[in-house]
Ligand binder design. Structure first.
Ligand SMILES: *Cc1c(COP(=O)(O)O)cnc(C)c1O
Length: 366
């Protein structure tokens, strides 16, 4: 007897697998990985110590309500802890939002060069992903408003955006949320910590408006990408919905303790932020002088722009030959660009040197 083929839900088989930034080059042990926007200084020592201590408690189930971590987040950011939900990276919060609010017959809207997880999570929920064009690699609020329909349930805007590094004003995001009241506007603020000034990632908007949620992560500035901790902040009814589909033990006690210690170490966070800003400015200028422009970035990477896809590919090959891995972003609709994470000072100098040699060798540096 042959069994009937058991098909997954509609949309699942159309998902293109997420490709992470690679981390190895065959035959090399001195690889410089600048492909995943990781903090070159690593996590706070206090986070390392907390993780080591928590390892002794591995036989215990972790907290289900994440009360201590939520309290630390609320304290540091001046937020209401009842409106915070923690997840296995902000990826899980994005997933919860799609699972809870999107589905067959609904649309999930994001921008042309938006984060690949929006499309993946939307399709996993059976929803239709919809892209709005950007203007010069920057979120275009009018294009998003024009692309919204009565079926739109979620709008994802990373601000700053990955892989472009550009951002828009919060007043513009408020205009979007008000223009599309049938949808939740999710402000993905994974890189908010790098912006500085009074940028709050959309926290105030998520406090004031009924259809705005902000997501944050410990994977970038806090250097804990391997631990998998993120969080969301929004209206209480939305957080209540998300908590119903959250696994009760989604975060390990190791992850919870590590993240709490990390966010309480303000000196480490401030050091990572100021060093990034300094080196990002240096690298952008150095590459521009070598004929490789980039948009002004607010995050911990820059998007280096080349004349065409062939040149970007050749430069990527030259970097690899020197043991440097950056991110090709053709899958983000940017085949002529390379996304380069801001490393420490020596790494930035090494990248600038190799790209400079590559451009000089081509004889078309401007
Ligand atoms: C890195 C990143 C995240 C964070 O993902 P985690 O699951 O928290 O590691 C979210 N959004 C964007 C745009 C990112 O680049």
């Amino acid at each position: 007897m042959t069994l009937p083929a058991i098909a997954p839900q509609p949309g699942i088989m159309e998902i293109a697998l997420y490709e992470a930034g690679s981390s190895t080059l065959s035959g090399r042990s001195d690889v410089l990985k600048l492909s995943s926007n990781e903090n070159p200084f690593g996590p706070s020592d206090k986070a390392r110590e907390a993780v080591a201590r928590a390892a002794h408690q591995m036989h215990r189930y972790p907290s289900t309500d994440h009360a201590a971590l939520r309290a630390a987040i609320a304290e540091v950011h001046g937020l209401d802890l009842d409106r915070i939900i923690c997840g296995v990276g902000s990826d899980e919060i994005i997933h919860f939002l799609c699972q809870a609010y999107a589905g067959p017959g609904t649309e999930v809207l994001f921008t042309e060069h938006g984060f690949l997880m929006y499309r993946i999570s939307a399709m996993a929920a059976g929803a239709t992903p919809v892209e709005a064009r950007e203007r010069e690699r920057t979120t275009d609020i009018d294009a998003l408003i024009a692309a919204a329909t009565p079926a739109t349930r979620l709008i994802f805007v990373a601000n700053p955006n990955n892989p472009t590094g550009t951002m828009v004003d919060l007043s513009e995001l408020e205009r979007l949320a008000r223009a599309v009241p049938q949808a939740i506007l999710v402000i993905d603020a994974a890189y908010a910590e790098y912006v500085g000034g009074d940028y709050d990632g959309g926290a105030e908007l998520a406090t004031r408006l009924p259809n705005v949620v902000m997501t944050r992560t410990f994977s970038k500035l806090y250097g804990l990408g391997g631990l998998r901790v993120g969080w969301g902040y929004g209206p209480r009814p939305v957080i209540d919905v998300l908590n119903r589909i959250r696994g009760p033990f989604n975060l390990s006690n190791v992850a919870l303790e590590g993240a709490e210690a990390a966010i309480r170490d303000r000196a480490h966070a401030e050091h990572a932020r100021t060093e990034n800003a300094r080196l990002r400015g240096w690298l952008a200028t150095a590459l521009a002088e070598r004929g490789v422009p980039s948009d002004s970035s607010c995050a911990n990477f820059i998007l280096a722009r080349f004349a065409d896809a062939t040149t970007a590919e050749a430069c990527d090959a030259a970097l690899k030959a020197d043991g440097i891995i950056v991110r090709r972003v053709a899958s983000y609709g940017l085949p002529h660009c390379l996304r380069i994470t801001i490393g420490d000072e020596a790494s930035c100098r090494r990248v600038a040197h190799v790209i400079g040699q590559f451009m000089a060798g081509r004889g078309d540096a401007t």
